[in-house]
Ligand binder design. Structure first.
Ligand SMILES: [Zn+2]
Length: 289
């Protein structure tokens, strides 16, 4: 179990949007489409227009996540786990970043339009800066398991969420403006941004037992070694070199926008062991990331 069964996780502000359109089957043509979606995983860059999509959800219906009151609920349901994880993440960042404000979390059910393009399990989870909103379709984790042998267990899912929160922190801290896109490649700002988000996620996992509900009951149990390995496995799975190999391509560092599997694991562990202050990926000389 990940969440403390007795923790009160009610009162979160996560919302669900979409119309319950089934997209997991028909729209996914094969490994190529998955590789495309994984390339944009964590980036906030939407290129879903080039991927054949299923029926559009229309984007109308939006509702609060219901039946998400206790840690037991969060352990039982992917959507509730994400919503509850956002409570812990907000509390963590309030202690780490001055002037922190919570992003909105939208659980995508099917697909939904956003200011950053369509959100669905085909685009993967992403952060949309102009909306200060994290979009996650929980069915994405099943795709990760099917296509890339990732375990994508509960902590790995929370790692993905924490990575997106890392981009929110970067946005409100102004680092997206300070270090704008300067192309791809292993030393690019894009790769540094992704590795920093991995490091931030690791920092949170390293202190996830410190966040508590209104009664002082901690939200999350200490992660097990297996869960840590699972989260690192997720980081490894979405490394650019791994994706390039899985999709039948050769490994070409110049096209990297996210970092290699080894880099992503390394920076996750850096944050996990040493905290947020050890996550200055922009200060690391080129070639040493
Ligand atoms: Zn990212």
């Amino acid at each position: 179990m990940t969440f403390n069964e007795n923790a009160n996780v009610g009162g979160n502000t996560a919302r669900r949007r979409g119309a319950g359109v089934a997209v997991a089957g028909g729209g996914i043509a094969g490994i190529g489409a998955i590789a495309v979606l994984l390339f944009q995983l964590f980036t906030g860059t939407d290129i879903s227009g080039i991927i054949p999509t299923g029926p559009q959800a229309g984007g109308a219906g939006e509702s609060e996540i219901e039946q998400c009151q206790t840690g037991a609920d969060a352990n039982a349901r992917d959507d509730c786990r994400l919503a509850a994880g956002s409570l812990a993440l907000d509390q963590f960042w309030q202690t780490q970043a001055q002037g922190y404000r919570a992003p909105q979390l939208i659980i995508v059910d099917g697909s939904t339009p956003t200011q950053c393009g369509t959100a669905s399990n085909q685009t993967g989870p992403f952060y949309c800066p102009p909306e200060e909103t994290v979009y996650v379709d929980p069915t994405f984790f099943a795709l990760l398991r099917q296509q890339f042998d990732a375990t994508a267990g509960p902590l790995a899912q929370l790692y993905v969420l924490a990575h997106e929160y890392g981009h929110h922190v970067q946005y409100i801290a102004g680092s997206m403006d300070r270090y704008p896109d300067n192309g791809s490649g292993p030393d690019s700002n894009g790769v540094r941004r992704e590795l920093q988000a991995d490091c931030f996620a690791g920092a949170w996992v390293g202190s996830m037992t410190e966040q508590v509900d209104a009664n002082g009951v901690r939200y999350l149990d200490p992660p097990t070694q297996q869960q840590i390995a699972d989260a690192i496995n997720a980081a490894q799975t979405v490394g650019d070199d791994h994706i390039q190999r899985e999709s039948g391509g050769f490994v070409n560092p110049e096209s990297w926008t996210h970092g290699s599997s080894a880099q992503r694991q390394q920076w996750f562990q850096q944050g996990y062991q040493n905290g947020v202050s050890a996550c200055d990926t922009f200060g690391v000389p080129g070639g040493s990331l």
